[in-house]
Design a protein around this ligand. Structure first.
Ligand SMILES: [Zn+2]
Length: 279
């Protein structure tokens, strides 16, 4: 039976008004009644030869991530944990190594999650957009070497499960986002209850900088988000102030704590309509 999304409710309380619009308990959503059995692969570094996470850590991670998806009765569990004894897979040097990982260790008909040390240009993780609808879209790669990625691991996994289920980043798209955009259903992330997010993908060290279409330079994330509140006086082309949801799991901000009603509906709809659902 569906229970109240306590985690998301708590996170809304903690983060206050900046998170208005994230899912609350009163909104009716579809119930998928689905659990994804994840195959978890853990790399080891060359010195300790131990994975970063214990089995208990993995179980805790599954519980935390499941909490994010509870409003649509979706959960994750770790059906198997595979320790990658070959430490050369800890720090990935190029994309071919990810392909090697998939070929060597990826289990078909399972969602494979690789928890590694470092992945170049990954911003904490890599996955396939709407992977559940594609053959070979069943891999998520996460990195843990940077403190920011490690401390937000559950949010990162939830973010990439969001991509897997067909959600775009809140800052997706080439157009400059307009705050009150009548075309919100087809532009950018195509979801109208995620407020316009002015930033393109950030560059530099993961999470350290963001780059805007309007301010095309690298700016420290801390100039925009303080204590998980968006503080920059940036305005759209119509001179309306941006107020993005810094707690949205599909944002780039380091405060991930929930999805919106529109995001839940899209994920549930995409899951139901996927032509390729071997999991
Ligand atoms: Zn993303």
């Amino acid at each position: 039976m569906r229970t109240i999304s306590i985690l998301i409710f708590l996170c809304m309380c903690l983060l206050g008004s900046a998170q208005e619009g994230l899912h609350t308990r009163n909104i009716q959503l579809p119930c998928l009644d689905k659990n994804f059995n994840l195959f978890i692969h853990l790399s080891v570094d060359s010195i300790t030869r131990q994975p970063y996470l214990t089995n208990t850590d993995v179980q805790d991670l599954m519980t935390e991530v499941s909490g994010f998806f509870e409003p649509i009765c979706l959960s994750v569990s770790a059906c198997e944990i595979n320790v990658l004894e070959n430490y050369t897979f800890h720090n990935i040097v190029d994309e071919r190594r990810l392909t090697e990982l998939r070929v060597l260790w990826g289990k078909p008909r399972r969602l494979n999650v690789y928890i590694l040390g470092n992945i170049p240009r990954a911003s904490c993780g890599v996955s396939t957009y709407y992977g559940i609808n594609k053959a070979g879209g069943n891999d998520i790669y996460l990195e843990m070497d940077s403190a920011e990625c490690r401390s937000s691991l559950a949010g990162q996994l939830a973010h990439h499960l969001g991509h897997f289920l067909g959600l775009a980043d809140t800052y997706h798209g080439d157009d400059i986002e307009i705050v009150d955009d009548p075309l919100c259903a087809i532009k950018n992330d195509s979801i109208c209850d995620t407020p316009s997010d002015p930033f393109g993908a950030y560059a530099g060290n993961a999470g350290q900088y963001i780059i805007s279409d309007i301010l095309p330079e690298l700016i420290p994330m801390s100039d925009f988000v303080i204590n998980c509140e968006f503080v920059h006086a940036l305005r759209d082309p119509q001179q309306v102030y941006y107020q993005p949801q810094v707690g949205n799991i599909m944002s780039a901000y380091p405060c991930k704590c929930g999805f919106t009603n529109g995001q839940f509906k899209l994920m549930a709809n995409n899951y139901e309509n996927s032509n390729h659902k071997p999991y």
